[in-house]
Every structure is written in structure tokens, then in C-alpha cells.
Design a protein around this ligand. Structure first.
Ligand SMILES: Cc1cc2nc3c(=O)[nH]c(=O)nc-3n(C[C@H](O)[C@H](O)[C@H](O)COP(=O)(O)OP(=O)(O)OC[C@H]3O[C@@H](n4cnc5c(N)ncnc54)[C@H](O)[C@@H]3O)c2cc1C
Ligand SMILES: Cc1ncc(C[n+]2csc(CCOP(=O)(O)OP(=O)(O)O)c2C)c(N)n1
Ligand SMILES: [Mg+2]
Length: 592
């Protein structure tokens, strides 16, 4: 019989509970992390956390990774969490350490990523006195965390950590900050073991969906003439890709993923219509607008998906919405059948109801619906100039990478901008948790730290970062961390010499007034990579794209920075302009 990690953790907790010990708060903190099964912590030291760093020094089960900037510590732990499904842990000092971490915390919060961020704080007696490196961590992080704690007594540390991990990973996941004043980490306390249970009267997330609601949903789904399954990050967060696959196979209905859901359903399957939304495919967006029954699964009707809400409401459709967070339901779009619960539990119940049902989907109506969808699909909206031999098309780099690695054990991280959208459109993700990017906050700079976090957890896998020359400079210092911890990643920079996504908006929405979107004086990335101890490559011709990628992959143990000089004028299409409806798409430069 296999023993789960959680069981191991609670066994460790129970045995630790047998003997009480006098420990410092910092030592209790480390024991808590060990009991939670934590193997990696990304962090950066400073005065307020030196007792914690001292406690790390005296143990050898947790590897601490010293980053070069606290923002990257949080991103790396976040990338680790996205790829593994475990809670990512970061450690920062008080004041500037915490404020540097804020972007990372907000990024994780917007995409519902389970994390625990431990921050140092000035001693309790100094709080509120403008002490050296003091900041109001609880106040600053309140709007960007699922929960936060200020620990005032070392006696509370173990239970606080237990709660922090529990809150981070249950219900709608999210980051939890634990702020630890220096005296709390220094004082001794009698440690009687890590708690094995946690109860919070005010926090009891629902897992099981309401049976009556699921039955109503089933009825609607079976009576549908133009059904559509719209799935998001919640399917990945809830580890429900198998259930989704079973459901879609049983019903034969078309399915789409949001940017955050890519990989939740295999992109190579014909029933998949591609990503929907602002840069979604014609078929995915038209199906969203024209369906008569919409099953939304772990997706939150984001503005980049729905576009103009009034336009979306012009067509009548019944909406079923499965989401673990009641506050996500009817937030932006009114739904008809809300089902609050965990996507895995709810889909399992729905599947068993479908199995028992005598009624089957309306095959005739479904065939007509598929015919309509195929006419949209035949427009081949992701076509681009593949024959161009003068300049590297950015889409070609992504497509080539996909062709080379589709059967490999590969993870793709990205930064934010046009390159992110091309990665989402042209790399066809068949498996969950392989596509790691920032959707909700859209944080430039995540690409390298995400890759670094994943590579540590998955040393045998290939990890690629698709980035832009703008984004990559926001956390480029982490190339140094990659060398120190031997996390060889492959960076594919689609270098268009522009803040391309900004340039695209300026071309389309601001009559070509390119205000501060051109990057002059870029560094020599090849030399920069070499200066950090890595390999740099400059690729300027389309025919060199594939050989460069091949060579980089061969250099298994090296971090390689590939500087692809791509077409500076290329835009991301389809595109729904701000304020437009999701079917009002620009399909190419001829539409401008
Ligand atoms: C430049 C740029 C362009 C973008 N363009 C697009 C675009 O064209 N198309 C697009 O889709 N997005 C796009 N985005 C991303 C967009 O901003 C949103 O991040 C994204 O659409 C949200 O995805 P989601 O609805 O899957 O929600 P997520 O943020 O992934 O939220 C998940 C939902 O699932 C729920 N959930 C979590 N766990 C569970 C569980 N166990 N059971 C049930 N429910 C659960 C949560 O409560 C939440 O409501 C773009 C972002 C950027 C930066
Ligand atoms: C931290 C941060 N600042 C600003 C932005 C706004 N922004 C979105 S995309 C983009 C341009 C990105 O440029 P680059 O990395 O070169 O990618 P490209 O669009 O050219 O592919 C900017 C500035 C952002 N998303 N994040
Ligand atoms: Mg660029």
C-alpha cells in the first residue's frame, strides 16, 4: 500500500509529538516546514530572519535556494507550486525584503496559487515605532493574499504554520503570508509536536456539490442543441483533467480552455477548439457566443475572455457554473445553475449521473452544431506567413519548439506580452501543469524564476522559457541563481526590439503613436549569458531556428540563452479590441 505524503507528514508530526523539546521559534518554524513535507524554500536573508537562517543551517532536509531578488524567490516558489500542485514556500526579510516580494505574492494571488510566504518582522516591542526595516506587512499584503498572520508569541507558531498550509492548499488555493517578528523567532518555547489537525470555525470550504443542482445541470446538458464546455485554471488546480476528459468523451461536446486552463484538455484532440478570449480562435469565441448551454468549469468569466459583457448578453444561453469559490459565481456574468464545489468531486458525480441516465445527447443537433463549428475552424485563423525566409516569424519559433518537444517531458514557462500569446496559441499543450505563466496579474519577469523553480523540482525534465527582450530583463539577475544551483534551463527570447504588446496596442488603438515602446540599447544577450557562466546564441535567420534549438537541447547540463531576432512588426491575431464583443475579432493586419 502506498503511503501518501500527507500521511508521512502526519506520522512525522505524531512522532515529533511524543517528546517535548525546548526550541527557538525559528527551530519550530523549520520543524513545521519539515512536517509539511517541504523540500525547497526560495529566499533571501536579512536582519529580521537571521535566527530562521540559523535554524536552516542546522538541518539538512530542506534545500534553501538563495535568489538574487525577493520577487524571484516568490515567483520560483510559485512556479514550483504550479508545476507540482504542492504548496510553494518563500522566505524574505522585513521591510524591503517584503516589499520586493509583493509583486510575486500578487501574481500568485491573481492565479489562485497555493503558497506560504514567511516574512521577517521587527521585534514585537518595536512594531509601530518606525523601526529599522519595518513595514506593515499585514496591511500591505492584505488585498493580495488569501490570508495573513502576524505571529506575536512563539507558542502560536506551530499552529499558525499548520493553518497557513491548510488555508493555502484547500478551497480556492492562494498565497498565505506568515509574518514572524525577530523576537518570536529567537525566544524559546516548549515544542510538543506539530499539530495533526486544524479546525477553523470560519473557514470550511465546500468540496461536494449540491446533488439537486448537478441533476438540473445534467438535464440542461442533455437537452442542449449547441452545448459548449468552457474550462479554466480551476480544472488544473483541482487536478481534474481525467474527469474532464471522461466527461467530454461521454458527451462529444466541443471544449475550450482559458489561458490559465491550457493543458486541462488535450490540445491535439479534435473536440478542442483552442483557447478563447481576446486572442482566442474564431471557433472558440464563436462557439462561446452562439452556444445554447454553457458549462463553465473552474473558469471565472474574466474580462479578457468575455470581452464586452453587453455584447455577450445579446445571445441567450443557459449557464452552468462549477466553482469552489462562491464569490466567483455570478461575479461578472449572471449564471443560471451555480454549483459550488470542487471540480473533481462535482465532475465525478456528474459523470456517474450521465452513466445512469437513459436520455442521451441529441445526436442530430450535435452533428449540426459541429458542422457550424467546422466552418469557423476552416478559416484557419492561426495561419501566418510560414514561407517567409527573410525574417524569423515569432510563431515559427514556438511551432518549431512544439514540433521538437511534443513527445518529450517538457515544461514551458513564459513572460508577458506578445510572445506569451504566441506560446499559448502555437504550443499545443496536451498535458496539465506544463504551461506555466502569469495570467491574472500579467507580470513581466516571471519566466526565468518560474523555470528555475520547476527545474529544481523536475531535474529530469526539459524546461523552456519563452520570453521577450523586455520581460526577460526584469528578473535577468536570476541567471546567477541558475548557475549556483545547477538548474539548467533553455531561454528562447523572441527579441523584436519592442515592448511588442504595447507597440501592438499603440498601432491599433493609438493611431501608431509609439510612445516609449521601442527598446534601444539592449544588452548583448549572448555576452550577458556568457558573463553569467552560461551559453549564449544569436539566431537571425529562419533556417537557423531548428538547428539552434537542437543544439541547445543537446547541451543538457547548461543554461542556454537563445536570442532569436524576430520580425519587429508582427502582431498577435486574432485580437478582440478593448470594449468589443468576443466575436468582433481582428484577424490580421488587413483588418486594421
Ligand atoms: C497579455 C495577456 C493576454 C491575455 N489574453 C487572454 C485570452 O485571450 N484568453 C484568456 O483566456 N485569457 C487571457 N489572459 C488571461 C486572463 O487575464 C485571465 O488570467 C484568465 O482568463 C483567467 O483564467 P480562468 O478563468 O481559467 O481563471 P483562473 O484565474 O485560473 O481561476 C480559476 C477559477 O477556478 C476556481 N477554482 C480553483 N480551484 C478549484 C477547484 N478545485 N474546483 C473548482 N473551482 C476551482 C477559482 O475559484 C477560480 O474562479 C491574458 C493575460 C495576459 C497577461
Ligand atoms: C511588470 C510589468 N510592467 C508592465 C507591463 C505591461 N506590459 C505588458 S506586455 C509588455 C511588453 C512586453 O515586452 P516584451 O517582453 O519584449 O514582449 P513582447 O510583447 O515584445 O513579446 C508590457 C510593458 C506588465 N505586464 N508587467
Ligand atoms: Mg519584445
Amino acid at each position: 500500500m502506498e503511503i501518501s505524503k500527507a500521511e508521512l507528514a502526519s506520522a512525522a508530526a505524531a512522532s515529533a509529538g511524543n517528546q517535548s523539546q525546548e526550541l527557538t521559534g525559528a527551530e519550530v518554524l523549520v520543524k513545521a516546514l519539515q512536517a509539511e513535507g517541504v523540500n525547497y524554500v526560495w529566499g533571501y536573508p536579512g536582519g529580521a530572519v537571521l535566527y530562521i537562517y540559523d535554524a536552516f543551517y542546522k538541518q539538512d532536509t530542506i534545500q534553501h535556494v538563495l535568489v538574487r531578488h525577493e520577487q524571484a524567490a516568490v515567483h520560483a516558489a510559485d512556479g514550483f507550486a504550479r508545476a507540482t500542485g504542492e504548496v510553494g514556500v518563500a522566505l524574505v526579510t522585513s521591510g524591503p525584503g517584503l516589499t520586493n516580494a509583493v509583486t510575486g505574492i500578487a501574481t500568485a494571488y491573481m492565479d489562485s496559487i497555493p503558497m506560504v510566504i514567511i516574512s521577517g518582522q521587527v521585534p514585537t516591542a518595536a512594531i509601530g515605532l518606525d523601526a529599522f526595516q519595518e513595514c506593515d506587512t499585514v496591511g500591505i499584503t492584505r488585498p493580495i493574499v488569501k490570508h495573513n498572520f502576524l505571529v506575536k508569541d512563539p507558542k502560536d507558531l506551530a499552529m499558525t504554520m499548520k493553518k497557513a498550509f491548510h488555508i493555502a492548499r484547500t478551497g480556492r488555493p492562494g498565497p498565505v503570508v506568515v509574518d514572524v517578528p525577530k523576537d518570536v523567532s529567537f525566544k524559546k518555547v516548549t515544542y510538543t509536536g506539530y499539530p495533526d489537525k486544524v479546525e477553523m470555525r470560519s473557514y470550511n470550504p465546500v468540496r461536494k456539490g449540491h446533488g439537486g443542482q448537478i441533476r438540473k445541470a445534467l438535464q440542461l446538458l442533455l437537452n442542449a442543441k449547441r452545448p459548449y464546455i468552457y474550462t479554466g485554471g480551476g480544472v488544473l488546480l483541482g487536478n481534474a483533467t481525467n474527469e474532464l476528459r471522461t466527461l467530454v468523451d461521454m458527451l462529444g461536446y466541443p471544449v475550450t480552455n482559458t489561458l490559465m486552463g491550457l493543458g486541462a484538455y488535450p490540445a491535439s484532440d479534435r473536440k478542442f477548439l483552442g483557447m478563447l478570449g481576446m486572442h482566442g480562435t474564431i471557433e472558440a469565441n464563436n462557439a462561446m457566443q452562439n452556444c445554447d448551454v454553457l458549462l463553465a468549469v473552474g473558469a471565472r468569466f474574466d474580462d479578457r475572455v468575455i470581452g464586452n459583457v453587453k455584447h455577450f448578453a445579446q445571445n441567450e444561453r443557459k449557464i452552468i457554473h462549477i466553482d469552489i469559490d462562491p464569490s466567483s459565481i455570478s461575479k461578472r456574468v449572471k449564471v443560471d445553475i451555480p454549483i459550488v464545489g470542487d471540480v473533481k468531486d462535482v465532475l465525478t458525480e456528474l459523470i456517474s449521473m450521465i452513466r445512469e441516465a437513459t436520455q442521451k445527447p441529441d445526436a442530430g443537433a450535435l452533428a449540426d452544431w459541429w458542422k457550424t463549428i467546422e466552418t469557423w475552424r476552416s478559416k484557419d485563423c492561426l495561419k501566418y506567413d510560414r514561407g517567409n525566409q527573410d525574417v524569423i516569424k515569432p510563431q515559427y519559433v514556438v511551432e518549431t519548439l512544439w514540433n521538437m518537444t511534443k513527445d518529450a517531458d517538457a515544461y514551458i514557462t513564459s513572460d508577458v506580452g506578445q510572445h506569451q500569446m504566441w506560446a499559448a496559441q502555437y504550443y499545443r499543450f496536451d498535458e496539465p501543469r506544463r504551461w506555466i505563466n502569469s495570467g491574472g496579474l500579467g507580470t513581466m519577469g516571471v519566466g526565468i524564476p518560474y523555470a528555475m523553480g520547476i527545474k529544481l523540482a523536475k531535474p529530469e525534465s526539459e524546461v523552456f522559457t519563452i520570453t521577450g527582450e523586455g520581460s526577460v530583463q526584469m528578473c535577468i539577475q536570476e541567471l546567477s541563481t541558475c548557475l549556483q544551483y545547477n538548474t539548467p534551463i533553455k531561454i528562447c527570447a523572441l527579441n523584436n526590439r519592442y515592448l511588442g504588446m504595447v507597440r501592438q496596442w499603440q498601432e491599433i488603438e493609438y493611431s501608431g503613436r509609439y510612445s516609449h515602446s521601442y527598446m534601444d540599447a539592449l544588452p548583448n544577450f549572448v555576452k550577458l549569458a556568457e558573463a553569467y557562466g552560461h551559453v549564449g546564441m544569436l539566431i537571425e535567420r529562419p533556417q537557423d531556428v531548428e538547428p539552434a534549438l537542437r543544439e541547445a537541447r543537446k547541451l543538457k547540463d547548461r543554461t542556454v540563452f537563445m536570442d532569436f531576432r524576430t520580425d519587429p512588426t508582427e502582431n498577435v491575431f486574432p485580437m478582440v479590441k478593448a470594449g468589443m464583443g468576443i466575436t468582433e475579432m481582428l484577424l490580421g493586419s488587413e483588418d486594421l
